[in-house]
Design a protein around this ligand. Structure first.
Ligand SMILES: *Cc1c(COP(=O)(O)O)cnc(C)c1O
Length: 354
């Protein structure tokens, strides 16, 4: 794929502190267009700017949009690396397939990410825990209101220098188990990283926030009996020395962090089981003291220990509200590999040089 490059003549001043998440954007962005019959064309890297679209574009009316999220990390030797980008490029195609957006050859997505990060390499911050968050997204752009097959689409990538998720230390979060709204159902779009899933989460998220919780833990959409995942993280727990995590039933997002943790734990000889886990089982394990650790996992936080679970009017404390041994080990190992402090024995990282 040939990418036409137009560099900015007006580079922005880079923010140096309080990066936060997704507030600032690097100097360039990637764009490529699709038209049925013609395929993907006009791959280009241009200065970051607003885009112009028809108000009738299908993305605004029927939510035809999928996205990805990954990071570029600055290693101690000054080089920059990516973590399992092929996983993200592949998942984006699986998501696109679900809502009938055109797919992109994995190699082209990887090339676009690499070339964009190369051009904006100076935007990869070097402070502790900081990274350049990379957001690829793909949406239907044809200007036609009737429900129809998507004939025009656009693929874009933007980058945002982001601060450490744990600027104030790794503090366990409080999670509310949601028993009214559901996020996804089997046969629906839960496994796809598509915008609509997050819109469906807003109401419960707001309720949780009002009650003083950080995030919602979703239950399955059919029986509201089995736990699924939290906002943008998969969940895992250690019960009686064994790590268990909800199996991928179609309504759960298959996280790259989840997959990496399972592979990592297995390589270290841990027993890991993917199966259905009922709320009842969790409450019983909490009451008997067998639930030792509970954590969320995703690209943004890597791992996030859960200190309190709230369900049907009752709050349960996990591991005295402290980060557990396995959670800490996973955090140290994964961040160690991502920032190049620990040798990557899995071949997960892609180093882009200095
Ligand atoms: C992105 C996301 C995750 C985590 O996926 P990673 O690839 O590990 O970042 C988990 N659940 C949901 C709903 C997500 O959107």
């Amino acid at each position: 794929m040939e990418i036409k490059i137009t560099k900015t003549t007006n580079p922005k001043t880079k923010p140096t502190e309080n990066l936060g998440f997704g507030k600032y954007f690097s100097d360039h962005m990637f764009i490529m267009d699709y038209e049925k019959g013609k395929g993907w064309h006009d791959a280009r890297i241009v200065p970051f700017a607003d885009i112009s679209m028809s108000p009738a574009a299908t993305v605004f009316h029927y939510g035809a949009e999928v996205f990805e999220g990954l990071k570029a990390y600055r290693c101690a030797d000054g080089s920059v690396q990516l973590f399992r980008p092929i996983e993200n490029a592949t998942r984006m195609n699986n998501s696109a397939d679900r809502i009938r957006l055109p797919q992109i050859p994995v190699d082209d997505t990887i090339q676009a990410i690499k070339q964009l990060v190369e051009i904006d390499k100076d935007w990869v911050p070097s402070g502790a825990g900081e990274s350049l968050y990379i957001r690829p997204f793909l949406f239907g752009s044809d200007a036609q209101l009737g429900l129809h097959e998507i004939k025009q689409a656009r693929f874009m990538i933007i980058c945002s220098p982001s601060g450490s998720y744990y600027a104030e230390g790794i503090n366990p979060v409080k999670i509310m188990i949601e028993d009214e709204d559901v996020r996804a159902v089997r046969g629906g779009t839960g496994y796809a990283k598509c915008g609509g899933n997050y819109a469906a989460s807003n109401r419960a998220g707001e309720k949780a926030e009002k009650l003083g919780f950080t995030q919602v833990l979703w239950l399955d959409g059919v029986e509201r009996k089995y736990i699924e995942e939290v906002g943008a993280m998969n969940v895992m727990m250690k019960i009686n020395g064994e790590v268990v995590t909800p199996m991928l039933t179609g309504s759960i997002l298959p996280g790259v962090t989840r997959k990496s943790i399972i592979e990592l734990l297995k390589s270290k000889g841990y027993k890991v089981t993917e199966r259905r886990i009922s709320v009842e089982e969790i409450i019983n394990a909490l009451e008997s003291g067998e639930l030792e650790e509970f954590w969320g996992c995703g690209t943004a936080a890597v791992v996030s220990p859960v200190g309190e679970l709230y369900y049907e009017g009752k709050t349960y404390v996990i591991n005295d509200n402290k980060i557990g041994e396995t959670t800490q080990m996973l955090y140290d190992t994964l961040t160690g590999i991502q920032w190049g402090r620990i040798k990557d024995e899995f071949g997960w990282t892609v180093n882009l040089g200095k």
